[in-house]
Design a protein around this ligand. Structure first.
Ligand code: SAM
Ligand code: SF4
Length: 349
């Protein structure tokens, strides 16, 4: 990997000469979600089909390229990077990327390095991630029932996941659990899941299912509006609106009875694009300025050109011109093709 100390100096120097990333709606981009693989060891029914076609490995950026790409963003004012996937921890030697990027946390332009994971492999990585500078981790968990977990992810891996969550806590990582609310699948269990997480000291965020990519099930059958979930939770608990913000799409409440924080990500029932501060890059270096839009910029071509830094800067300038004002997810018609053909596992959510 590029000599990190040298790269750190270069990045700081570049940052002085390059403008920050501001789109045509005046939103400053400070957050990159970087997918390091589209592969996964689970097959969540809302995310991908059992027989998923993965990208040929040769198309995927090397760890060195991912590092160079990330530092190109840091040079343009990105201060937070989330590593995602597919499942980021199935990528071989991925901890090396965390270690290299972690060095930028120490006065090198980065304020936060984090990841989203399904936690199947977390018990073996939690300590190394903490050592690399990771302090918070988002873990996806939709159910605490083993048979239901197997049905939902098509893999019998709940014990491993719970081990991973415990290991994260033990290593000193603060954990936020993300659960997709699914009609008729985990809706009856959401209060127990929240109570358990809050008891363990973890925040929880509920997410509405989004129409990305073909999956085997009908999307409309999966979709559960969080307005309904919230109304039901309010019959049981007191939810007090909180002004906690992470710069992301979640709106938070405090559950008075558990003392824990609960977030709602509601792309359908409530648009969240006004304060969008993020960009997403796939493992092949395709930049998507909007999770719900088809706009795309090829950063791999820039990275592999004769002038990677110049081309990357130009590609980012172009991105600022085309980042749309908002997404237009729609899921109104039964049997309709997905709103976008790409799966969430390409952009990492
Ligand atoms: N494999 C990792 C994980 O599951 O945490 C990281 C990638 S995964 C694509 C990121 C997040 O996207 C997970 O929280 C998952 O539940 C969510 N997700 C996947 N497909 C989704 C969909 N169609 N709608 C809403 N959320 C989705
Ligand atoms: Fe894998 Fe995450 Fe998609 Fe589930 S949501 S199949 S864990 S990438």
């Amino acid at each position: 990997m590029t000599e990190v100390a040298t790269r750190k100096r270069d990045v700081l120097k570049l940052a002085e000469s390059q403008p920050p990333l501001v789109d045509t709606f005046g939103r400053t981009i400070s957050y990159l979600r970087l997918s390091v693989t589209d592969r996964c060891d689970l097959r969540c029914t809302y995310c991908m089909p059992e027989r998923m076609t993965f990208l040929p490995k040769r198309e995927v950026l090397s760890l060195e390229e991912l590092y160079d790409l990330a530092t190109g963003f840091i040079a343009r004012g990105v201060t937070k990077i989330r590593i995602t996937g597919g499942e980021p921890l199935v990528r071989r030697d991925i901890v090396d990327l965390f270690i290299a990027l972690g060095r930028h946390l120490d006065g090198g332009g980065l304020n936060e390095l984090t990841l989203t994971t399904n936690a199947t492999q977390l018990s073996g990585h939690a300590e190394a991630l903490f050592k690399a500078g990771v302090r918070r981790v988002n873990i996806s968990l939709d159910t605490l029932e083993r048979a239901r977990f197997e049905q939902l992810t098509r893999r019998d891996a709940l014990p491993q996941v719970l081990e991973g969550i415990a290991a994260a806590k033990e290593a000193g990582l603060s954990v936020k659990l993300n659960a997709v609310a699914l009609k008729g699948v985990n809706e009856d269990e959401l209060p127990e899941l929240i109570a358990w997480a809050h008891g363990e000291g973890h925040d929880v965020t509920l997410i509405e299912v989004m129409p990305l990519g073909d999956v085997e099930e009908e999307r409309l059958d999966q979709y559960l509006p969080l307005s309904d979930v919230r109304a039901r939770l309010e019959q049981r608990w007191t939810l007090t609106d909180s002004d906690h913000h992470t710069g992301g799409p979640a709106r938070y409440v405090r559950v008075e009875e558990t003392g824990g924080r609960l977030g709602f990500i509601t792309p359908h029932t409530n648009n969240f694009c006004d304060g969008c501060n993020r960009l997403r890059v796939t493992a092949t270096g395709q930049l998507f300025p909007c999770l719900g839009g088809g706009e795309r910029v090829d950063l791999r071509a820039a990275l592999r050109s004769n002038d990677p830094q110049g081309q990357l800067a130009a590609a980012l300038d172009k991105t600022m011109q085309i980042k749309p004002e908002r997404h237009h997810f729609s899921m109104n018609e039964r049997g309709a093709p997905p709103h976008l053909p790409r799966h969430m596992s390409m952009t990492g959510g």
